[in-house]
Design a protein around this ligand. Structure first.
Ligand SMILES: NC(=O)c1ccc[n+]([C@@H]2O[C@H](COP(=O)([O-])OP(=O)(O)OC[C@H]3O[C@@H](n4cnc5c(N)ncnc54)[C@H](OP(=O)(O)O)[C@@H]3O)[C@@H](O)[C@H]2O)c1
Length: 312
């Protein structure tokens, strides 16, 4: 099968077109013919070797955790789908080798869901990691609570804004000047331009009492400056850098790092929301598979609004 893969860690130039054997679905897995693959920051982090201390890697590595495609074949015990079904999901596995930048990917059945009927494959491929991460970070958010979302125009953030709004929360998001209208259009009460003003000042002006929840999808200085915006009893959910629990506790709040879990059942619950236009996926740009290196380099610039997608 056609694939884009790398044989050693390094820059985008390590990504090469390769002819690799089609994976065989293991027990409980579904072989998906990939129509579109989402590009996530984790894809280039894996390519650079950043996840090597945590996950086993076997070369050549085909990157890509997000898939939308058509069911082709089944491993023993995988019974939920039929050949030809349109599915999407997060294809992350305990070891890194057979990802979605390829004609076929084999995915554990529980990670897959039936695709929203009204989405294109290129849209559905932009959903799983971003939406599941947002949903898992916002779990427990209640109506009337206040949430601050950092990188609200990004792949995770633009779903978080919508889910938080649907939960009945007051939603604030940070982005640069070109991301402001996207965040507001998705339902945020205010968009904070982190390039023009210290986000702490802007947030306090809009919401003096502080945040019940902060979703930090930026890390570094942004994370370090966020604890003081938490209300007593509030919590911070970090997905980039490990948060400082003591710094949060100093404000009577909690903080934790979250790692997204593949969850086909949750995707299936939320799929009708796309069809009813209650949720939307913002596709920033679609690249052909052969331009995967270009797509990853663009992701690495950290200014994507919505999602980047590869078309097979
Ligand atoms: N732990 C997990 O399981 C998990 C899961 C998913 C993602 N992540 C991580 O979370 C991060 C975000 O993922 P993503 O897919 O949303 O990335 P992304 O789409 O590439 O994020 C790009 C966004 O970041 C914004 N941004 C950059 N610097 C910012 C700043 N200082 N303040 C506010 N916004 C800023 C950009 O807005 P402007 O262009 O307007 O500046 C852009 O919209 C990545 O590091 C990713 O690896 C972790």
């Amino acid at each position: 099968m056609r694939a884009i893969a790398f044989e050693e860690f390094g820059g985008p130039d390590k990504l090469r077109p390769m002819a690799l054997p089609r994976p065989k679905p293991e027990r409980g897995e579904v072989l998906v013919k990939v129509v579109a693959a989402g590009v996530n920051p984790v894809d280039w982090m894996i390519r650079e070797g950043g996840l090597a201390p945590y996950l086993a890697h076997r070369f050549p590595v085909i990157p890509g955790w997000d898939v939308a495609g058509v069911v082709e074949e089944f491993g023993a015990g995988a019974t939920r789908f039929r050949k030809g079904d349109r599915v999407f999901g997060c294809a992350r596995k305990p070891s890194v080798q057979w990802g979605c930048y390829a004609e076929f990917v084999s995915v554990p059945e529980p990670a897959l869901a039936a695709m929203p009927a009204k989405l294109l494959f290129e849209e559905a491929a932009g959903v799983p990691v971003g939406l599941l991460t947002a949903a898992q970070c916002l779990r427990g958010l209640r109506a009337g609570q206040t949430v601050l979302i950092h990188a609200a125009a990004g792949g995770v953030g633009h779903f978080a804004v919508q889910l938080a709004k649907h939960a009945g929360a007051r939603v604030f998001g940070t982005a640069g000047s070109t991301g402001q209208s996207l965040i507001l259009g998705l339902g945020a009460e205010a968009a904070i331009d982190y390039t023009r003003e210290d986000f702490r000042v802007a947030f306090r002006r809009a919401c003096a009492e502080g945040a019940d929840l902060i979703l930090d999808a930026v890390g570094g200085e942004t994370l370090a400056r966020s604890y003081e915006l938490l209300k007593p009893g509030g919590r911070l959910c970090a997905i980039v850098d490990e948060p400082d629990a003591a710094a949060a506790a100093a404000h009577g709040a909690g903080a934790r790092y979250l790692t997204v879990e593949p969850d086909g059942a949750r995707l299936e619950e939320l799929a009708p929301w796309f069809d009813r236009k209650k949720l939307r996926v913002q596709v920033h740009k679609i690249y052909p598979l052969a331009k995967a290196a270009e797509a990853q380099a663009a992701s690495q610039e950290r200014h994507v609004h919505g999602k980047l997608v590869l078309n097979l």
